[in-house]
Design a protein around this ligand. Structure first.
Ligand code: FES
Ligand SMILES: [Fe+2]
Length: 317
């Protein structure tokens, strides 16, 4: 959100986050170092800050206290879970009892793959893209969906309201990916859900009874208006051994992501070229507008548990 943040671990090993600007002469605190006591020392004149941003020492100052409110760096509350450091979006604010998003449990027989990618687009465009099914038959034709000459069966999609989010459930899609089409012979269909959770999490889940369970939770960080960092946390179980599946998930995931990143950048440049977004939608754009609405309400600090009307649509890919 256009605010550089410096992260460090204090003397207790707790992750700490300060606005990356020294109160003294505004040098980036990230150019400093962490002392043995866990305070962050500015690289310019050596002022030292604790995890709450309070000035613990001004080297060479013989008169008065180092600490004073004007010398306090702004800090963000942090929380560590699932290998991520989450920071509260507002400086010097207390999140109270609120906890960040919880990833689905990594059960003992599950495998995890994590990778991140910086996308040149708004956070909304990134999230919509992550949860949008129809584009997968075109932008990712032949490697995800699409590419089959035979007419495909219609898929039913149902949109449900979630607490602080929204979900679409897809029914009746034959199991397959790219050239591997198991569903035609076996009549196996995917159980598939796409979800959005405020403030910035997209989640895609596929299940095939007895064969596959995979959840891709995508955590988005809006770095600036048109730059979004996305962490893909894929947790899965398959009947096939993980040593075989893991490299495929990683390679295929990155291949698809590269195509998305290319299109999202082109979309961003084009909307800028034309002076802003001017979108038009159909029933197939099941989530984009709902996500937009939830984000706008959350931004205004309004009640985010809006009741989105249920919706159902049939489509082909
Ligand atoms: S700018 Fe940081 S101590 Fe002077
Ligand atoms: Fe995509």
């Amino acid at each position: 959100m256009d605010t550089p943040v410096v992260l460090f671990r204090d003397g207790d090993g707790k992750a700490r986050a300060l606005v990356d600007r020294c109160p003294h002469r505004n040098a980036p605190l990230s150019l400093g170092r962490v002392n043995a006591d866990g305070n962050l020392e500015c690289g310019y004149h050596g002022w030292r800050f604790d995890g709450a941003g309070e000035c613990a020492a001004v080297p060479g100052l013989l008169t008065g206290e180092a600490n004073a409110s004007a010398r306090t760096a702004e800090h963000f509350a942090t929380h560590e879970s699932d290998g991520f450091v989450w920071i509260w979006g507002e400086a010097n604010a207390d999140p109270g009892g609120q906890r960040p998003f919880e990833l689905p449990a990594l059960e003992p027989n599950m495998v995890e793959v994590v990778f991140d990618y910086d996308l040149d687009c708004t956070m909304h465009a990134a999230i919509e893209n992550a949860l949008d099914v129809p584009h997968t038959a075109f932008l990712h034709r032949g490697i995800f969906r699409g590419g089959s000459k035979a007419p495909t069966k219609p898929i039913t999609a149902e949109r449900h309201d979630l607490e602080g989010g929204v979900e679409v459930q897809y029914l009746g899609e034959p199991v397959g990916m790219g050239p591997i089409q198991l569903g035609k012979k076996t009549n196996l269909t995917f159980d598939h859900w796409d979800r959005f959770f405020l403030p910035s999490v997209a989640q895609v889940e596929y299940r095939v009874d007895g064969w596959l369970r995979i959840t891709n939770s995508i955590l988005h960080l809006p770095m600036s208006a048109f730059r979004t960092r996305a962490w893909f946390v894929v947790r899965f179980w398959t009947k096939a051994p993980p040593s075989v599946v893991k490299p495929i998930v990683l390679a295929r995931g990155k291949q698809i992501l590269k195509q998305d990143a290319f299109m999202l950048k082109a979309q961003t440049e084009n909307t800028k070229q034309f002076g802003g977004e001017r979108y038009t939608s159909t029933d197939l754009d099941l989530l984009g507008n709902a996500i937009w609405r939830l984000l706008r309400l959350a931004e205004k600090g309004e009640v985010v548990d809006v009741d989105l009307p249920p919706r159902q649509v049939s489509f082909r890919v």
